[in-house]
Design a protein around this ligand. Structure first.
Ligand SMILES: Nc1ncnc2c1ncn2[C@@H]1O[C@H](COP(=O)(O)OP(=O)(O)OP(=O)(O)O)[C@@H](O)[C@H]1O
Ligand SMILES: [Mg+2]
Length: 244
């Protein structure tokens, strides 16, 4: 099983949009995929029209008995582990357990899934540390601006601080608007850096409309530029994961 965390300490950079569309791209290729919604806002579950079972909560999650709470989506090979409001305090609960607790919890799924995709909440806490430690790859969306590049540099430092393997960290340019000078300049300076995937996800109305369609873009608009972008991004992630 391969675990891919879609993570950034910054909010609103396209993590959930990526997690939703990448998990669809993965499942469409016949890989058994579980999208784990680790953000108590529950956006990933919302996009897939999946609600948690009423008895699910943080305590049950931490006990590691995940199977009975996993829900099917409308798509073959794709399941979802919904979040719960109580996940907002996961940090406090993890405090006693250290940084490898989530890795241990997710390992119970190893026989059931080829890929675990984690939609992470925007912060830099013990939960983030756990999510990074549990992941084989950490994929971070970067809006092409000076502040986002700064956030990426901070993330690299955070990896060093928690002794995570930097080689598993990759960025991609997200919500790219070619008409903006700042975006063009940032891409020109940084796109060739090894840490970045080649694929960039443009700012496109189809992605915004997922809030209305509540489906991945490749389900509503197959072959559209947004669907193609996430599919190409998935292929880059997949290629790295198959080198494991
Ligand atoms: N490529 C894109 N083009 C246009 N809109 C986008 C794109 N990616 C994301 N959005 C929109 O931007 C908003 C934030 O995206 P998203 O929820 O994926 O970010 P996030 O990083 O998960 O945010 P949060 O930190 O709050 O969880 C959403 O309204 C989403 O529809
Ligand atoms: Mg999100």
């Amino acid at each position: 099983m391969n675990t891919i965390a879609i993570y950034s300490s910054k909010g609103g950079v396209g993590k959930t949009a990526a997690a939703v569309n990448l998990s669809y791209a993965c499942a469409r290729r016949g890989k058994k995929t579980l999208l784990c919604d680790m953000d108590p806002q529950g956006a990933a579950g919302y996009y897939y029209r999946v609600r948690p079972k009423s008895k699910f909560n943080r305590k049950k999650f931490l006990k590691g008995k995940l199977h009975s709470f996993i829900r099917e989506t409308d798509y073959p090979y794709l399941d979802l582990l919904p979040t719960h409001f109580s996940f907002r305090n996961l940090d406090l609960a993890l405090d006693r357990e250290g940084s490898e607790e989530l890795k241990r919890i997710f390992s119970s799924l190893a026989d059931d899934y080829d890929y675990l995709i984690l939609d992470c909440p925007p912060n830099m806490t013990l939960l983030s540390e756990n999510l990074i430690m549990a992941a084989d790859q950490v994929v971070t969306p970067v809006i092409p601006s000076t502040l986002s590049i700064l956030a990426l540099a901070q993330l690299v430092k955070f990896f060093d601080k928690i002794k995570a393997d930097r080689k598993k960290l990759h960025g991609f340019f997200s919500m790219v608007e070619g008409r903006k000078n700042m975006h063009r300049d940032t891409i020109k300076r940084f796109a060739k850096k090894k840490i970045f995937f080649r694929t960039m996800v443009p700012y496109l109305a189809d992605v915004e409309k997922m809030g209305i369609t509540r489906q991945p873009v490749a389900a509503t608009r197959p072959g559209s530029p947004s669907a193609e972008a996430y599919d190409r991004l998935w292929m880059e992630i997949w290629k790295r994961s198959s080198r494991k």
